[in-house]
Design a protein around this ligand. Structure first.
Ligand code: FAD
Length: 444
């Protein structure tokens, strides 16, 4: 790996911050990761695909904190299903293990509360409080990964309906691990049980219309709500709430600017959507995995700085709208309360665009776009479609833009397979594979 003398400081050690820090180390950069452990207990669930992605990103210890996959019972629009599986994790344990994963690859870790981050022309100064003792660190480059707690939430470019999730922690006898989700007239509930008897019940409501009680009555309010739910019964049996509920904001937010010449926002600090699709950790990871190439380009290849910023900005926006639309379609599947404010606003936001617009052969366009090559952002020809607005560069190790150009040049006189075979140096097997993939995408 290339070595660098620039000092990069990552603010916040959740999944996004840790993923960027590990990625930067793997690229030979010097990284300091500063964070304080999250202050509240929470259980979250991810799919098998996310576990695989975490493993690949270097979260070997953190991945071991997940419980074996358990069933997720879904009660939505009045029907029950048990088709889904998810792996549950105690987020505090996950975050602690992730910090160890970062340390193990040579990331310098500082634990403490970031109290300020001052930026000047020649760099940044990060002030950290460790139990009353203050230290200042100089940085050439800052990665903002403090999640929803990152400064700047007020200047978001896009904000969905204000949403709050009330988390109540219960303890009961050991039980079969599992989770359940159920829609109600004014929101939805997610419940999780770990095998050791810990249970997390989470009520998500519309801030403007929920009529929440004063803070000291929140516990009783949550309890009364869960008591009315048939599906909550297995989670409440023999169990009692512990402590006060914790309120987490879950409003979708997209920041105005997510990349500067010496800073980058990743994870929830860049964009966060509704927890309904249960994809937050995956999104945090997605936005963080390409960040090392963006940062490497900004630090070492200033001629391509604008390109690198554009790349990150477009990826984040695309990710935000993709997951916002997935959330919209989940909300739209609940049809029993179309006039309730919670459902009315969320089933129509952010727009009416389908998640995967169909692609016809005439839609294909070849344009120059930023792509990741050998750990840097460069520009090359890609194929843009309504479904892939950022463009596709390679498939199966084959650059697609020259193939689409050749197909366009030949018109319909020659068969697509023959054109592709000629372009691929006569490799008929490969041409057939690429043609099959293109047909599947609606390109042929
Ligand atoms: P975070 O995980 O928030 O990490 C930020 C880190 O920065 C934290 O460790 C924090 O302590 C630290 N930090 C913040 N401020 C400071 C400071 N001043 N000084 C030092 N450190 C600081 N996702 C899923 O995949 N599955 C789920 O089931 C799921 N359920 C959710 C339920 C709710 C109610 C909500 C709101 C979200 C849920 N998510 C879920 C989303 C998921 O929690 C986030 O998307 C994900 O954690 C984002 O990762 P991150 O690294 O960007 O931010």
């Amino acid at each position: 790996p290339r070595m660098s003398t620039k000092r990069i400081v990552v603010l916040g050690a959740g999944p996004a911050g840790v993923a960027v820090a590990i990625g930067l180390r793997r690229a030979g950069e010097e990284v300091l990761l500063v964070g304080e452990p999250r202050r509240f207990a929470a259980v979250e669930g991810v799919s098998a695909r996310v576990l695989g992605a975490l493993h690949k990103a270097g979260f070997a210890r953190a991945v071991r904190c997940f419980a074996p996959p358990s069933q997720r019972c879904v009660t939505w629009d009045g029907t029950h299903s048990r088709a889904n599986w998810e792996s549950l994790v105690d987020r505090q344990a996950f975050d602690r293990a992730a910090l160890e994963d970062a340390r193990s690859v040579g990331v310098s870790v500082v634990t403490g509360r970031i109290v300020s981050c001052a930026s000047a022309v020649n760099g940044h100064h990060v002030e950290v409080d460790h139990d009353g003792r203050r230290t200042t660190f100089a940085a050439d480059f800052i990665v903002e990964a403090r999640g929803r707690a990152a400064p700047g939430q007020g200047s978001a470019r896009v904000r969905g309906a204000e949403t709050v999730s009330l988390l109540q922690y219960w303890v009961g006898p050991p039980a079969t691990a599992g989770s359940a989700v159920e829609s109600c007239a004014d929101g939805w509930v997610w419940m999780a049980a770990l095998a050791d008897g810990r249970r997390y019940l989470q009520l998500t409501l519309d801030v403007a219309t929920a009529a929440l009680p004063p803070k000291r009555e929140l516990g009783a309010f949550c309890r009364a709500r869960f008591d009315t739910l048939e599906t909550a019964r297995p989670f409440l049996e023999g169990a009692e709430p512990v402590g006060e509920p914790h309120a987490r904001t879950s409003t979708p937010v997209l920041q105005e600017e997510v990349a500067g010449h010496d800073w980058l926002r990743v994870g929830d600090a860049a964009m966060a959507v509704d927890p309904l699709s249960g994809n937050g950790i995956f999104q945090a990871l997605s936005s963080a995995l390409q960040a090392p190439a963006v940062i490497g380009t900004l630090l070492h290849d200033p001629d391509r700085a604008a390109l690198a910023r554009r790349f990150h900005q477009e990826r984040i926006e695309n990710l935000f709208f993709h997951f916002a639309r997935i959330g919209r379609d989940f909300h739209a599947q609940e049809s029993r309360w179309p006039d309730e404010p919670f459902w009315r606003t969320r089933r129509a936001w952010p727009d009416a665009q389908p998640i995967h617009p169909g692609t016809a052969p005439d839609d294909l366009q070849v344009t120059r776009r930023p792509v990741v090559s050998d750990g840097r952002i460069v520009e090359d020809d890609v194929v843009v479609t309504p479904d892939q607005p950022l463009g596709i560069w390679h498939v199966d190790g084959v650059r697609l833009a020259p193939l689409v150009r050749a197909l366009h040049a030949c018109g319909s006189q020659t068969s697509a397979e023959a054109v592709l075979r000629a372009e691929l140096g006569g490799d008929a097997t490969r041409a057939a594979r690429v043609a099959a993939w293109m047909r599947e995408q609606g390109w042929l």
